[in-house]
Design a protein around this ligand. Structure first.
Ligand SMILES: Nc1ncnc2c1ncn2[C@@H]1O[C@H](COP(=O)(O)OP(=O)(O)O)[C@@H](O)[C@H]1O
Ligand SMILES: [Mg+2]
Length: 262
């Protein structure tokens, strides 16, 4: 039976950081099986949105439903729910003194009581899924940027989460490695029956693999539709973002830029 309930449902969501409202009035339904691109300029609140999906940041208002139920408040229940959410964070977060295989094994050792040979076999399968079975015994310093990103991806997949969240998966990668990562994300989404939310400011690399696209600007969802509709948009705010014009309706947030530059 096809499950028609959205895998993510946000309604009237407001997210604050300290006394600042970062996002407000966010309504979003993500259908199961889809690849959704969440786009927007640096500092617009894309990572903040992801932190609400993992329960790391509590909403100031509104609700977050993930996998058919509101995110639990209790720490234990939240950790349990998070096993079903694979996250590839900005930067890979690989432990440098562990091999690729040991890094991928970490979530399995932390969250299951599977015997060692089973874990080894699962790790092999995850590394195979990202095309890196041969790199199992290499340390992160021995991997290229693209390979390290794929190991982090294999680790995010370790517990077979139905939902994958990617935060800027292309940061620091050259165009060829970027292409490899993007097609891998799309291929895994289809072959493993996942749902993927890709947060990125790389519009042109991300749109081709997306079924739906959102643009976040000025604290709200400024666009929601298909990639084709986005490309065809004549909204000045959207055009400014897509065409990279410096002086347009998106205000230049000096505080955020200064923080990023620091
Ligand atoms: N932990 C935090 N504490 C305070 N402000 C934050 C924190 N994280 C992000 N912000 C602020 O929230 C805004 C949105 O940040 P972020 O979600 O990281 O944007 P994006 O991922 O789109 O670049 C920025 O102005 C940033 O400075
Ligand atoms: Mg971010």
């Amino acid at each position: 039976m096809i499950d028609a309930t959205p895998i993510v449902r946000l309604s009237g969501l407001r997210l604050d950081r300290g006394s600042r409202t970062i996002l407000d009035g966010i309504d979003l339904e993500v259908p199961r099986g889809s690849v959704v691109a969440v786009l927007g300029p640096s500092g617009c609140g894309k990572s903040t949105l992801l932190s609400a999906l993992t329960g790391e940041l509590e909403p100031a208002a509104g609700s977050v439903e993930v996998l058919g139920a509101p995110l639990p408040r209790g720490k234990r229940a939240l950790l349990e729910r998070r096993k079903s959410i694979g996250v590839l964070l900005q930067g890979n977060g690989l432990l440098t003194d562990l091999t690729a295989a040991e890094n991928v094994a970490l979530p399995l050792r932390a969250h299951t009581r599977l015997p060692d040979p089973v874990i080894r076999r699962l790790v092999e399968m995850k590394l195979h899924a990202v095309g890196l079975r041969a790199a199992a015994d290499l340390y992160p310093r021995e991997l290229s940027g693209g390979m390290a990103r794929r190991v982090a991806l294999a680790r995010a997949l370790a517990l077979d989460p139905p939902l994958m969240l990617y935060d800027e998966p292309l940061t620091g990668l050259d165009p060829i490695a970027s292409g490899v990562i993007m097609s891998l994300i799309a291929r895994l989404n289809a072959s493993l029956g996942l749902t993927s939310i890709i947060v990125s400011h790389h519009v042109h690399e991300t749109l081709p693999v997306a079924d739906r696209a959102l643009v976040i600007a000025n604290g709200r969802i400024a666009f929601s539709g298909t990639p084709q509709q986005l490309q065809a948009s004549d909204d000045p705010l959207i055009r400014q973002f897509l065409d990279g014009e410096p002086d347009g309706p998106i205000p230049f947030d000096t505080a955020a830029r200064a923080m990023e530059a620091a």
